[in-house]
Design a protein around this ligand. Sequence first.
Ligand SMILES: Nc1ncnc2c1ncn2[C@@H]1O[C@H](COP(=O)(O)OP(=O)(O)OP(=O)(O)O)[C@@H](O)[C@H]1O
Ligand SMILES: [Mg+2]
Length: 319
Amino acid sequence: MIHFSQVSKYFDGKPVVNDLTLDIAKGEFTVLIGTSGSGKSTTLKMINRLIEHDEGKIFFAEEEIHKFKPQDLRRRMGYAIQSIGLFPHWTVEQNIATVPQLLKWSRTAIRDRVTELLELLNLDPEQFRYRYPHQLSGGQQQRVGVARALAADPEVLLMDEPFGALDPVTRATLQEEVARIHQLSGRTIVLVTHDIDEALALADRIVLLEQGQVVQQGTPLELLTAPATPFVRDFFGRSDVGIKLLSLGMAVERVRRGEQVDGEPIPGTLSLREALSIFVSRRTERLPVVDENGAPIGVLHFSDLVAKGGLHEQSTATR
Ligand SMILES: Nc1ncnc2c1ncn2[C@@H]1O[C@H](COP(=O)(O)OP(=O)(O)OP(=O)(O)O)[C@@H](O)[C@H]1O
Ligand SMILES: [Mg+2]
């Protein structure tokens, strides 16, 4: 879907993106991660030509991006960022409708789309449609930003720290919403973050950048369990890799099927990390696990999460 071939970008004579080759497959959720200044935002902005690259080639849908007019690219790619906010003197509806307006959608089509998107992002349409950005909380503004990026049903969604500066709870909610949108729509998403947990929670594939180059790319599990260099290992943190791995697994993967135990059941889709907190808060060693219909599946044992060496090997085995 998007392909970088030996792409470089220089600022003040220094390479900020350096001979970058990268493939982003259709429908994939790719997360670009790296330390501050590693070239993440520059890489993202070169995709929709907010920044022009100096060397190499970038392809979108098999065509070199220079073949597209920048405005056409931007219509086909939604773009959501933390810092550039909404147009302050436009209502929520007008903000979301920016691209549909450009595409000259009918009024009814725009209205319906805005309603649909507000519902998708858990904002009551009638309550929020005519508000102005200053009448929204930060989290609500960011939702509207994501809705705006999605408005014309773009083929690609580019997001640069779209949930930055949010409290952890709102952030988690928005992450879940974006994950759901990705599952529902199968849209290609490229998200920039420096939050490791966010990357682990959302990515099909993580690309770790440093000094404008790819240090390693792979599934979250690959980067955690087979770091290519000490830098990668340090970046993802040696000490709590086990805990991070737990956030990748689901209760159902470790359940002992057929067993029974009393207590408030947990859903099989619950992450092992959340299950761990439940074990701790309930001070119990065993939790009943149910499927989406509430039917018992079996029992999750605390020891199966924390057994020495078990974290690593079992998680690897479940993928
Ligand atoms: N317009 C510009 N002019 C000069 N230098 C720039 C410009 N934009 C970015 N840079 C430099 O390029 C490097 C990479 O910037 P970039 O914004 O891509 O980093 P980043 O990985 O997104 O960092 P952060 O996590 O802090 O957002 C930085 O050293 C930055 O100072
Ligand atoms: Mg950045």
